[in-house]
Design a binder for this molecule. Structure first.
Ligand code: DC
Length: 220
């Protein structure tokens, strides 16, 4: 199997670029952030404390997460409910970031992610794919962009989906998430030593896709 690991902070363009590349390569695209989001959503619904290891660990036994692939699109199934659309709110983003710092949550999701890469050729995106989940990935890319540009992209995505959004609030949440994701003890956001760094600030989508396409082609 061939695995492409794409890590980086929120809004760097990981999912859009990864999806496009997966489609071209005929690989499945695995958005691992959606798994943390599903757990965040579940804990919010249950009124649990998203940053408490004990509270969340206790709830994990009631969670079953499946990923379904409809064509090339990943659907997230939480206890038999398709929550793909419901995990895209700012509240769930913050909850996902909080639960993702918990060791029990990371352990809970590790095998699911590895299993997908054992069974399929994948383009997998997240925060710790190249460092923890798939340390032997064939290609590792660390994708980043300036915080302002990432906030602008996320803001436009929300507006595009018909959701209400405030740029300053999006930027503030994003900076907090960056900080929390990269300063946690368990699998913090960081580039693997052997990852190739790509900064997409100022790029059109197609330019970034082209850069990654070339990196992958060289390794295949
Ligand atoms: O990529 P995203 O914004 O959907 O991710 C939501 C949160 O999940 C993010 O703030 C950090 C966490 N996450 C993680 O810790 N490890 C991953 N591999 C993917 C996401």
């Amino acid at each position: 199997m061939f695995a492409v690991a794409i890590d980086g902070p929120a809004g760097a363009g990981k999912s859009t670029i990864a999806k496009k590349l997966a489609e071209e390569l005929g690989f499945i695209y695995v958005d691992t952030g959606a798994l943390y989001r599903a757990i965040g959503l579940y804990v919010l619904r249950r009124g649990g404390d998203v940053s408490s290891e004990d509270a969340v660990a206790g709830l994990l036994t009631g969670i079953k997460i499946d990923l379904a692939f409809v064509g090339l699109e990943q659907r997230v199934i939480l206890n038999n409910e398709d929550v793909t659309g419901k995990i895209r709110t700012e509240a769930v983003s913050m909850a996902a970031s909080a639960v993702s710092a918990l060791k029990s949550v990371r352990a809970f999701l590790l095998n699911l992610q590895r299993h997908l890469a054992e069974e399929n050729n994948v383009v997998m995106d997240g925060r710790d794919i190249g460092t923890v989940v798939l340390p032997n990935a064939d290609v590792k890319i660390f994708l980043t962009a300036s915080p302002e540009e990432r906030a602008r992209r996320r803001y436009e995505q929300l507006i595009h989906k018909g959701m209400s959004a405030d740029y300053d609030a999006v930027l503030k949440d994003l900076l907090k998430r960056d900080y929390d994701d990269s300063h946690r003890e368990a699998a913090p956001l960081k580039a693997a030593d052997d990852a190739i760094l790509v900064d997409t600030t100022g790029n059109e989508l197609e330019q970034s896709v082209e850069i990654l396409r070339n990196i992958i082609k060289e390794r295949m």
